[in-house]
Design a protein around this ligand. Structure first.
Ligand SMILES: NC(=O)c1ccc[n+]([C@@H]2O[C@H](COP(=O)([O-])OP(=O)(O)OC[C@H]3O[C@@H](n4cnc5c(N)ncnc54)[C@H](O)[C@@H]3O)[C@@H](O)[C@H]2O)c1
Length: 294
């Protein structure tokens, strides 16, 4: 697999190796115990994030509410520690942080990735209760983990990576509550970047477009014509394909290590989906077409 060399927080113990490692295209053993990241990710599609993180030399501690899936990843990937947990439960996040710090002594990076996108919903089909639950999962889980991690990140001059979404910036049809939670994740990233800069803590977010993950697969399978849904999701990108979790993982490793002058950044990983004009009026929209003057 591709190997990303470490720098930044991870540089402290391996700066001298870095140049040589890059030339060789792989990390040297010197990187091995250089960093610990807490991350809330899992599921098959996200395993590659770990691969990249592990290849980069980081020790990765992660939580997921899917206990069987988390255990399987932990067994498969050396350098990962799985701690079962639900990001909506503050006690679970406290355990995640305290276990990480007691095992490794410090914490360099937090990745907030856990999140959910409900199936397509018209505004009138949403409810305040459903919205509150989604806020807990997509926004407050990240907020809580960040608050618990900050004392440690300030000590290590570490960094935070929030996984937001392109649609938080450009909107998405029939996804009012999801879009609102992700817009808030991006806004929180920028506000926090300002406040934490005095401690040398960088705070960035990645806003993916269409990434082919188990969640995308589930949402497509629940539509009336999954093949058409998948084709539409594919053609949304000028690059003509969906992104791979590994590509998001590579961006996360970059932000965590090399991007030492980036804070408050929203990194679009979208295959260009937001570029250019497209056909955006729906079939039921009253359309007014101007006519050429004679
Ligand atoms: N897939 C995409 O196209 C896409 C696009 C933009 C943003 N995102 C964001 O990327 C992130 C990952 O999405 P994905 O597509 O890989 O989803 P996924 O459902 O395939 O994976 C998410 C993982 O998070 C875990 N999880 C969910 N809720 C949890 C909770 N409360 N506590 C602990 N673990 C929990 C799930 O068990 C799962 O392992 C999400 O924040 C999502 O909003 C995805």
């Amino acid at each position: 697999g591709r190997v990303i060399c470490c720098s930044c927080e991870w540089r402290q113990s391996c700066e001298r190796d870095n140049h040589e490692s890059r030339q060789r295209g792989r990390c040297s053993g010197g990187h091995k115990r250089a960093a610990e990241a807490v991350t809330q990710v899992c599921r098959a599609g996200n395993i590659v994030l770990f691969l990249l993180a592990v290849d980069s030399g980081a020790q990765v501690v992660f939580c997921d509410k899917d206990e069987a899936g988390g255990r399987a990843v932990e067994q498969e990937l050396l350098g990962t520690v799985f701690i079962p947990g639900d990001v909506t439960q503050e006690g679970d996040l406290q355990t995640l942080i305290s276990e990480t710090v007691s095992r490794f002594g410090h914490l360099d990076c937090v990745v907030n990735n856990a999140g959910y996108h409900p199936p397509a919903q018209l505004p009138e089909e949403t409810s305040a209760q459903g919205f509150r639950q989604l806020l807990e999962e997509n926004l407050l889980g990240a907020y809580t983990l960040i608050k618990l991690a900050l004392p440690h990140l300030r000590k290590s001059k570490g960094n935070i990576i929030n996984i937001s979404s392109l649609v938080g910036a450009i909107g998405q049809s029939q996804a009012l509550t999801y879009v609102a939670t992700k817009g808030a994740v991006t806004a929180m990233t920028k506000a926090l970047a300002l406040d934490e800069s005095r401690y040398g803590v960088r705070v960035n977010c990645i806003s993916p477009g269409n990434i082919w993950t188990p969640l995308w697969q589930e949402l497509a399978a629940a539509t009336s014509d999954p093949r058409a849904t998948i084709l539409e999701g594919t053609l949304a990108q000028p690059l003509g394909r969906m992104g791979q979790p590994a590509e998001v993982g590579a961006a996360a490793v970059f932000l965590a290590s090399e991007a030492t002058f980036c804070t408050g950044l929203e990194l679009f990983m979208t295959g260009g989906a937001e570029l250019g004009y497209g056909r955006k009026a729906s079939s039921s929209t009253l359309v007014e077409v101007p006519i050429l003057p004679p």
